[in-house]
Design a protein around this ligand. Structure first.
Ligand SMILES: Nc1ncnc2c1ncn2[C@@H]1O[C@H](COP(=O)(O)OP(=O)(O)OP(=O)(O)O)[C@@H](O)[C@H]1O
Length: 710
C-alpha cells in the first residue's frame, strides 16, 4: 500500500500495487492502482479535485512506514491562493535516491502528464517524445502493466512485446513489471527478434543507416526472385533412365509466372513447384517422343503417371534444386552481402559507394543488429522449409494410428473384464484415450510467441524508439498489423540517423495514423548537469531547450583536463572516491569518441578488478588504493560500470565520468553529438568530464539554471 484517497462523499480508498478484496465481506481492502477509482490519486489537483478531499502518500522502507504526506485537495479547505501543487515529498525522495543498477517502479508518484499516457487507449499508435530523464521508460512499463490489467482477456492471449535497445537495458528494466505483478510481457531487442538468431555486433553508422532504409525491402524481394528460375535459357535434364529432356525457355518462364501467381512464400511453394516441374518434364518428354514407347503424349493420365514416377528421379530433383532452391534467410543475405554481382543486380538506384558500404559491412563472425530486419524480411518472403514439417506430420500420423490400435487393445481387455454392466458414463473411446495422453502445449503465451516468428502481438511497446530504422519498424509492424503500439523516445538521442533526425523520417510513412504526447519534466538529471548538456543539445538542434530538471544539487559538473598518460588514474580516482564515500549508488565510466582502444581496454580491466573487490591501485589517489588494498566490498550488484555512450542508452548512475568526449583530429559528427548528449544526461547526482584533448564545441562549463519550482 502506498496511497490513500479521501473522497468528498466520505469514501476512503487505500491504493496498492495490486487490489485485495475481503472474500467474506466482499469489501475492497486495497484498490489496484490501475482501477478507475485510483485515478484521482494521480490526477486530482485543488483546481480539479475530481471528487476528492485529500490524498496521502505513504512512504515505507521494508515493513516500516517512514512518512505519510497528506495534501488537501478540497479548494474550500485551502488557504487563499494555495491552489497550486508543488513537488511532493514522496516524489523528491524517489528521484533523489541512490541508484542500484535496477530500475524501480514509480507507481506511488506517477505524475499527471505521465498518467495520461499510461492510461491512453489501446487502439492505434501512440508516440511519446520526451527529453532525457522525463520518465519515458517508466511510463512505457507502467503502460504495459495498465494495458494488461485493463484488457486482460485480449492481451493474455496475444501478449505484449516490449522492445528495448540492448540486453543491458532489458536487465535494467527487468524488475519493474514483476514488481507490479505482471510477468507475462515479452522483453526483447531488435537484435533478438528472430528465433534462433542473435545479433552479436553493431554496424558502423553509415552501414546501419543504409540497411535501415525501406528500399532494402525491395532489394531483399529482388534477391528472392532471383532464386526462382532465374535463367532465361532452355534446360536439359538427363533422367535416371538416360533419356535427355530439354525444357524450353518459354515453358520455364511460364512456370515461373504461374508459381509467382500463387503468392506463397518461396520455400513453402517448393512442393507445388516440384509437382508442376515434374509434370512439365513428363509432358515435354512425352511430346518430344523419347518415352512414347511406354506412354501416350496426348493422355493426361499418362502424363500424370510419368510425373509421379519422376518423383523418384534424382536428376529431376537436382534440377528442381537449381531452379527453385530451398534457401534460408541467412544464406540469402550472406549471398547478397558477399557477392558484388548479386548485390549489383538487386540494388538498382544505389550508388557505388553505397554498395561498397554494404559489402564492407559483412562480417562472417556474426550478424549485426541492422541485419536482423533484413533477415526478417527474407524470412517473410521465403517462409520455412516445409519438408521437415511434412515429414513430421507423416510421422505423427503413423504414430497416432499405432497409439489408436494400442488404445483399442487396452479397451478391449478392460471391456472384457468389466463385462456388460460397465458404467456408461465412464466409458471412453480409443480416440479419447489417445487424446488424453497426447502432449499438451504447456508453454506460456510469452514462450509460444517468442518461439514463433509469425506471432502477432496485441500491443507492442518500443523504448528508445528513436533508434528504430524504417526497416526495424517494418519488422515490428509485421508482428502487430493493427499498429496498436506505444513508441517512446527522444529524437535528439538518435544514434543511427545520419542527418537531422525526425519522427516522420523514422516512420517512413508506415504508421497509418498516430497520436503524440510530450513529456517535459526531467526527473533524473539535476539542473547543473542539464545546463552542460544544453550546450551540446544546441549543436544538435539549435534553439532546442532541454527538459526542465525537477531538482538541483548545488554541485556543478567537474571538468578535469589532464595529460594523456594520467587519464586512467584520474578516472579511477573519481570513481573510487565515490565508491569509498558511499555504501550505495552507482558510477559509470563512459568512454567518449576520443577514447583509444588501448585506453578503453585499460578502463574495462580496471573496472572488472574493482567490481570483484580488488583495487589494483590504478593511480587512485588514496594511500589505501596505492597499497592495492580492497576497495568497497563487492555486493554482487556491481556498482561500477564502463561502456560506450550507446551502451549507456536508457541507463542512469549516481556519478557519471565521461572520458575524452572529443577528438583532436576532427569535429564530432551529428550522431556522435547525440551520443554525447546521451552520456552527459545519465547522471542522477554528479557529472565529471576527464579529457586530454580539447573539448568538442558546445561542451563547456557554464552557469546553472534554477531548477523547476525552485
Ligand atoms: N513520476 C515519477 N516518480 C518517481 N520517479 C520518476 C518519475 N518519473 C520518472 N522517474 C524516475 O526518473 C528517472 C528517469 O526516468 P526514465 O529512465 O523513465 O526516463 P527516460 O525519459 O526514459 O530517460 P532517457 O530518455 O534519458 O533514457 C528514473 O529513475 C525514473 O524512475
Amino acid at each position: 500500500m502506498f496511497g490513500h484517497l479521501g473522497m468528498l462523499n466520505g469514501e476512503r480508498w487505500y491504493i496498492g500495487r495490486m487490489g485485495i478484496t475481503d472474500p467474506a465481506e466482499k469489501d475492497t481492502l486495497l484498490v489496484d492502482w490501475r482501477a478507475p477509482v485510483s485515478r484521482p490519486f494521480y490526477t486530482a489537483t485543488p483546481l480539479q479535485p475530481d471528487g476528492t478531499e485529500d490524498r496521502s502518500t505513504i512512504e515505507s522502507r521494508g515493513w516500516t512506514i517512514t512518512r505519510v504526506s497528506t495534501e488537501t485537495l478540497d479548494p474550500s479547505k485551502l488557504p487563499e491562493g494555495a491552489a497550486s501543487v508543488g513537488v511532493s515529498n514522496a516524489l523528491m525522495t524517489a528521484v533523489s535516491q541512490h541508484r542500484t543498477g535496477r530500475m524501480n517502479d514509480i507507481v506511488a508518484t506517477i505524475q499527471r502528464e505521465q498518467d495520461n499516457i499510461i492510461r491512453s487507449e489501446l487502439r492505434g499508435t501512440l508516440l511519446v517524445q520526451g527529453g532525457p530523464g522525463t520518465g519515458k521508460t517508466a511510463v512505457a512499463l507502467h503502460r504495459a502493466a495498465f494495458l494488461l490489467y485493463e484488457h486482460r482477456d485480449r492481451l493474455a492471449k496475444s501478449g505484449v512485446l516490449i522492445v528495448g535497445p540492448n540486453p543491458t537495458f532489458l536487465r535494467y528494466i527487468g524488475n519493474v513489471l514483476p514488481s507490479l505483478g505482471e510477468d507475462s510481457a515479452i522483453l526483447t531487442t531488435i537484435g533478438d527478434l528472430l528465433p534462433g538468431i542473435t545479433a552479436t555486433r553493431t554496424d558502423p553508422t553509415a552501414a546501419a543507416e543504409l540497411k535501415g532504409r525501406l528500399e532494402l525491402s525491395r532489394v531483399i524481394k529482388r534477391a528472392v526472385e532471383r532464386k526462382q528460375i532465374s535463367s532465361n535459357q532452355p534446360m536439359t535434364v538427363t533422367l535416371d533412365s538416360g533419356d535427355a529432356v530439354t525444357l524450353s525457355a518459354s515453358d520455364l518462364a511460364e512456370l515461373r509466372k504461374q508459381m509467382r501467381r500463387l503468392r506463397r512464400p518461396h520455400n513453402q511453394a517448393r512442393t507445388v513447384f516440384e509437382s508442376r516441374f515434374r509434370r512439365l518434364v513428363a509432358k515435354t518428354a512425352l511430346s518430344s517422343g523419347d518415352l512414347q514407347g511406354l506412354y501416350s503424349a496426348s493422355s493426361a493420365e499418362d502424363i500424370a503417371d510419368l510425373a509421379s514416377e519422376l518423383a523418384e528421379d534424382d536428376a529431376v530433383y537436382a534440377a528442381a534444386d537449381i531452379l527453385w532452391p530451398i534457401i534460408s534467410p541467412s544464406e540469402l543475405l550472406r549471398g547478397l552481402l558477399t557477392d558484388p554481382r548479386e548485390l549489383t543486380a538487386c540494388t538498382h538506384g544505389f550508388s557505388r559507394d553505397e554498395r561498397e558500404t554494404l559489402l564492407a559491412s559483412y562480417d562472417a563472425s556474426g550478424w549485426s543488429e541492422s541485419d536482423i530486419p533484413l533477415l526478417d524480411e527474407a524470412q517473410e518472403l521465403l517462409g520455412n522449409d516445409p519438408r521437415p514439417e511434412i515429414r513430421a506430420r507423416a510421422r505423427a500420423r503413423a504414430a497416432d494410428s499405432q497409439q489408436l490400435q494400442y488404445a483399442q487393445g487396452v479397451l478391449d481387455i478392460f471391456g472384457d473384464s468389466t463385462g456388460e454392466d460397465a458404467d456408461e458414463a465412464s466409458s471412453v473411446s480409443a480416440r479419447e484415450l489417445v487424446d488424453r495422453h497426447q502432449e499438451r502445449d504447456n508453454r506460456t503465451v510469452a514462450e509460444r510467441a517468442y518461439a514463433d516468428e509469425a506471432w502477432t502481438y496485441g500491443h507492442i511497446i518500443v523504448d528508445e524508439a528513436q533508434e528504430l530504422t524504417p526497416m526495424a519498424l517494418r519488422s515490428l509492424i509485421r508482428r502487430c498489423p493493427t499498429q496498436s503500439m506505444t513508441l517512446v523516445g527522444d529524437i535528439h538521442q538518435a544514434s543511427v540517423t545520419l542527418g537531422r533526425a525526425d519522427w516522420d523520417g523514422i516512420f517512413g510513412g508506415q504508421i497509418r495514423r498516430y497520436r503524440r504526447e510530450d513529456l517535459t519534466v526531467n526527473y533524473r538529471t539535476p539542473a547543473e548537469v542539464m545546463d552542460i548538456a544544453a550546450g551540446v543539445l544546441s549543436v544538435i538542434d539549435p534553439g532546442e531547450r532541454p527538459s526542465a530538471s525537477i531538482r538541483s544539487t548545488g554541485r556543478p559538473p567537474t571538468f578535469d583536463r589532464v595529460a594523456e598518460d594520467d587519464i586512467v588514474a584520474r578516472v579511477l580516482a573519481e570513481a573510487t572516491e565515490f565508491l569509498r564515500d558511499t555504501t550505495e549508488g552507482t558510477v559509470a565510466i563512459i568512454a567518449g569518441v576520443g577514447t583509444s582502444d588501448t585506453l578503453a581496454g585499460q578502463l574495462r580491466e580496471a573496472v572488472r578488478l574493482l567490481n570483484t573487490g580488488v583495487d589494483a591501485g590504478f593511480g587512485a589517489s588514496s594511500p589505501e588504493a596505492k597499497a592495492g588494498t580492497r576497495s568497497a566490498p563487492s555486493t554482487g550488484e556491481e556498482r561500477l560500470w564502463v561502456g560506450s555512450p550507446r551502451d549507456s542508452k536508457g541507463l542512469e548512475f549516481d556519478r557519471v565520468i565521461v572520458v575524452e568526449p572529443g577528438t583532436a583530429e576532427r569535429e564530432l559528427t551529428l550522431p556522435e553529438y547525440r551520443d554525447l548528449y546521451v552520456a552527459l544526461s545519465r547522471a542522477t547526482q554528479d557529472l565529471v568530464v576527464v579529457h586530454a584533448t580539447p573539448l568538442p564545441a558546445g561542451l563547456t562549463p557554464s552557469l546553472v539554471d534554477s531548477p523547476l519550482g525552485a
